[in-house]
Design a protein around this ligand. Structure first.
Ligand SMILES: NC(=O)c1ccc[n+]([C@@H]2O[C@H](COP(=O)([O-])OP(=O)(O)OC[C@H]3O[C@@H](n4cnc5c(N)ncnc54)[C@H](OP(=O)(O)O)[C@@H]3O)[C@@H](O)[C@H]2O)c1
Length: 309
């Protein structure tokens, strides 16, 4: 954590009838838990994911627990910008979207996307940046549009954002590269809020992190066997502090539904923010750097070929 005192939002999940939430990565872990919770609160939930089979299975499971749940499915593979563009076009059938939750993410690996970008950077930052821009007109149809980006404590591993060549992975431990993508999520959240305010769009941008939660991401995390001090610390943290995926989804649900100021960042209140109840926290100094955020935004627009808002 970044040292600033946490503030408690005093939150519980209210009824969400009449509101539409689109969640990426809704087929596993935190996204799946958030989809269950929002469906149980009466929201229309758009399950977005790369596997049609997993989307069908998730929709069936939610429908079984919550008969009458209003569910939609949207196929999107963040590893392909063409797939993101196709999903943006397909999403038009859904009409107004009140809250977009950019949750899908990847931790580890050194592969490249079909677009030639570092796969982790594309999955965690560039593709969600494009998707958010494409969905903006549908978000603006509502009165209280909101964009939630799911970041990570790992952003603290990066003291300064280097907005460099997105086609080249820096020589550094994989966990730091992951932290870099999550720092990008926070920079983007705060920059979106500034741009929305300047343009009078009324979009609320928030971010969340789950601490450390037992999801499929951790299997990827364990594959980061680079022997670095950060990786050893991660292993120790996982062994001693992991909380359930449902508990890990709580900060996301707060960031998506609670009455919060723009730019709020929500995470667990326990030791080192690894677990606990959701509270508003302060992102790192690097995440609050406005020059880095503006440079990242400009670079992202060039990379994905879309200028917005
Ligand atoms: N778990 C933690 O302790 C932790 C800590 C900090 C931050 N986070 C963040 O929390 C978010 C959710 O992760 P999780 O922990 O719930 O992990 P998870 O169980 O692995 O879920 C990740 C989701 O992202 C989807 N996804 C991955 N690559 C994708 C792609 N190319 N296109 C579309 N969807 C893709 C996965 O789809 P499939 O189901 O098809 O695999 C899955 O639904 C991530 O942004 C992660 O960085 C998690």
């Amino acid at each position: 954590m970044s040292g600033a005192p946490a503030r408690r939002p005093g939150w519980s999940l209210q009824k969400q009838a009449g509101r539409t939430f689109l969640i990426t990565g809704a087929t596993s872990g935190i996204g799946r838990e958030a989809a269950f919770a929002l469906a149980s609160a009466g929201a229309r939930v758009v399950l977005a994911g790369r596997s049609p089979e997993k989307l069908a299975a998730t929709a069936a499971a939610i429908g079984q627990s919550h008969p009458g749940a209003e569910l939609e499915r949207l196929v999107i593979d963040l590893a392909s910008l063409d797939s993101v563009r196709a999903a943006g076009a397909d999403a038009q059938r859904l009409g107004q979207i009140d809250v977009l939750v950019n949750n899908a993410g990847l931790m580890g690996g050194t592969g490249r996307s079909v677009d030639g970008l570092d796969l982790m950077a594309q999955t965690n930052h560039f593709a969600p940046f494009l998707f958010t821009g494409l969905l903006l007109p549908q978000l603006l149809q509502g009165e209280r549009p909101r964009v939630v980006n799911v970041a990570s404590l790992a952003h603290l591993l990066v003291r300064r954002a280097h907005v460099g060549d997105p086609y080249r992975r820096r020589r550094e431990p994989q966990l730091r590269s992951y932290g870099r993508t999550k720092l990008a999520n926070l920079l983007t959240t705060l920059e979106l809020q500034r741009r929305s305010d300047r343009a009078g769009l009324g979009v609320l941008a928030t971010a969340a992190h789950p601490g450390v939660a037992a999801t499929n991401l951790l299997h990827n995390g364990r594959e980061i066997a680079d022997g670095s001090r950060a990786a050893r610390l991660l292993d120790a943290a996982l062994a001693g502090t992991t909380q359930s995926a449902a508990a890990g989804a709580a900060p996301t649900l707060v960031a998506a539904t609670a009455d919060l100021p723009g730019g709020s960042y929500v995470g667990p209140d326990g030791f080192l923010a690894l677990r606990g109840r959701p509270v508003v926290q302060r992102p790192s100094r690097a995440a609050r750097n406005e020059a880095s955020a503006a440079a990242l935004w400009d670079l992202s627009e060039r990379v994905v070929g879309l200028s917005w808002p």
